[in-house]
Design a protein around this ligand. Structure first.
Ligand code: MV4
Length: 505
């Protein structure tokens, strides 16, 4: 039975995990760096411990410090969130050795899936479709050249220790294959300290579609359907939605089975995600497995109706899955927009600074997973994501309409944000039709990125006016409190209509 969880993370995901813990009557321990002293997760948790200077490699990435706090606070378990140590096999192992439950998979599953070549081999052996290419790391350039020609150019040369778009390069012409391999190997060695690379046929105009997995310690695994994550910029997901507007019910069933087979092949435990590339003819190929809870998990929660953090904790405490595959149904449609402190009209340059005003949308079908507040200084040391705005409605057009309404309500001043860019996507005709792939932003760059100054200035004007009224409202409240206190703390409403000098009831 898990009674206390240490959250080895910060920002919105730390707040998110604390929320589920609170509902489960589990006590929480936050850890924080110098820059996060006044961050929301510190205030939200039952206990909070300083773990070091702001840079991640001196705080959130220091295993010894995290373990030490877990021991001092007698935490039964550690939730790693995403990023930081969430896919660190050594950390998973260390928790095990220290007798602390790691809310996530084994070191074996993390390392097998973290190495893209062993991941491919494991998938091939499990009968999961992978992109045609080399099965092992390239050791013989001539042999690799023959493979590239066999599968057909162009090909992608990828680093085994890469992932998320890092350490990959495309080769279009036969004469460039050997040089491409050499260049990819030296880049991989420089970036990851591991020069093993492999070849895959390049999939033209792919969709990035991923399946949520839950697997327990008793050999059960289910999928919770898919998320379409093709609206990406430089391999950074920007907008995700579920269900995917591209796949059919038949394809959903086949990919779901493949995702479950992938999880079982590595004795997976916990929440994980199988990423696929899907081409225009709806052929699907295993891309990567993420052995952590993803940023975009809320759209699955909204459509399938399951709290994934709650399920992670239940699985980690040894319980069987709460649901069978037959229980999993998609209801309605959900969209997530990631709100970043960056300037979409200045090449998405990070826009650190202090939040002055923060009016968040609400109402039917609107969820915000965030952590900022007026006066909060967004630190430069970490990812500049402010929040995730999620809308759910009975169908896709309504979810888009609701997202437009929510984005319009969302007013943040003090830093520039990606809100105007996200609104442009929601108003894009191709997006509205659900006809887009991973080249969407590049193919619609002029419409989505250029700045129309009046659009910006109007938004800012509205935000400033809203802030002004907010300020005057607070001021008048303050004045009424002062009046209230000056007449002995009796509410003016109690006195209204009564004879003078009435004493306190
Ligand atoms: C690919 C691909 C096409 N063919 N591999 C790998 C990491 C992931 N984030 C993107 N990856 C891709 N791998 C083959 N064999 C297309 C992508 C891809 C992508 C590539 C370039 C630019 C943007 C992209 C967005 C999603 C997927």
């Amino acid at each position: 039975m898990i009674k206390k969880v240490l959250i080895a993370n910060r920002g919105e995901i730390a707040v998110r995990v604390i929320r589920s813990c609170r509902e489960m009557v589990i006590r929480t321990v936050a850890v924080f760096s110098e820059a996060d002293r006044s961050s929301q997760h510190v205030r939200f948790a039952d206990e909070a411990y300083f773990i070091g200077p702001s840079p991640s490699n001196e705080s959130y990435l220091v295993i010894d410090k995290i373990i030490e706090v877990a021991k001092v606070t007698k935490a039964d378990a550690i939730h790693p969130g995403y990023g930081f140590l969430s896919e660190n096999a050594e950390f998973s192992d260390r928790c095990k050795k220290e007798g602390i439950i790691f809310i996530g998979p084994s070191a074996y599953a993390i390392s097998t899936m973290g190495n893209k070549i062993t991941a491919r081999e494991t998938m091939i052996n499990a009968g999961v479709p992978v992109v045609p290419g080399t099965k092992e790391a390239i050791t013989d350039e001539t042999k690799a050249e023959k493979t590239a020609i066999r599968v057909g150019l162009p090909v992608m040369i990828k680093a085994s220790s890469g992932g998320g778009g890092k350490g990959m390069r495309m080769v279009k012409d036969k004469k460039d294959i050997k040089a491409g391999i050499r260049a990819a190997k030296s880049e991989a060695m420089a970036s990851f300290g591991d020069d093993s690379v492999y070849i895959e046929k390049y999939i033209q105009g792919p969709h990035h579609i991923e399946f949520q997995i839950l697997a327990d310690q008793h050999g059960n695994a289910i999928h919770l359907c898919e998320r379409e994550c093709s609206v990406q910029r430089r391999h950074q997901k920007v907008i995700e939605e579920s269900p995917s507007p591209f796949i059919t019910e038949e394809l959903r069933e086949k990919m779901g089975e493949a995702a479950v087979a992938a999880a079982l092949a590595v004795n997976y435990e916990g929440a994980g995600t199988i990423e696929f590339l899907v081409d225009k003819d709806r052929n699907y190929y295993f891309l990567e497995m993420n052995t952590r809870l993803q940023v975009e998990h809320p759209i699955t929660e909204k459509v399938v109706g399951i709290d994934l953090v709650r399920e992670q904790i239940r699985i980690a405490s040894g319980e069987k899955l709460s649901h069978t595959q037959a229980d999993i149904k998609q209801t309605g449609h959900a969209i997530e927009c990631r709100i970043y402190a960056e300037d979409p009209d200045n090449n998405f340059m990070p826009s650190p600074g202090t939040i002055i005003h923060n009016t968040q949308p609400s109402g039917p079908g609107v969820r915000i997973d965030g952590y900022v507040y007026p006066g909060y200084k967004i630190p430069l040391f970490y990812d500049p994501m402010i929040s995730k705005l999620i809308t759910w409605a009975e169908d896709r057009p309504s979810a888009i309409q609701r997202m437009k309404r929510a984005l319009n309500e969302y007013k943040i001043t003090g830093v520039k944000t990606s809100i105007t860019f996200l609104d442009r996507v929601m108003n894009n005709k191709e997006f509205a039709k659900g006809i887009y792939d991973t080249h969407f932003i590049d193919e619609n760059f002029d419409e989505l990125i250029g700045s129309s100054s009046d659009e910006k200035s109007e938004d800012e004007d509205i935000a400033i006016i809203t802030a002004f009224f907010d300020y005057t409202e607070k001021l008048s409240k303050l004045q009424s409190i002062k009046t209230f206190q000056s007449n002995g703390g009796i509410s003016p409403w109690k006195n209204f209509g009564r004879k003078k000098g009435v004493t306190r009831m």
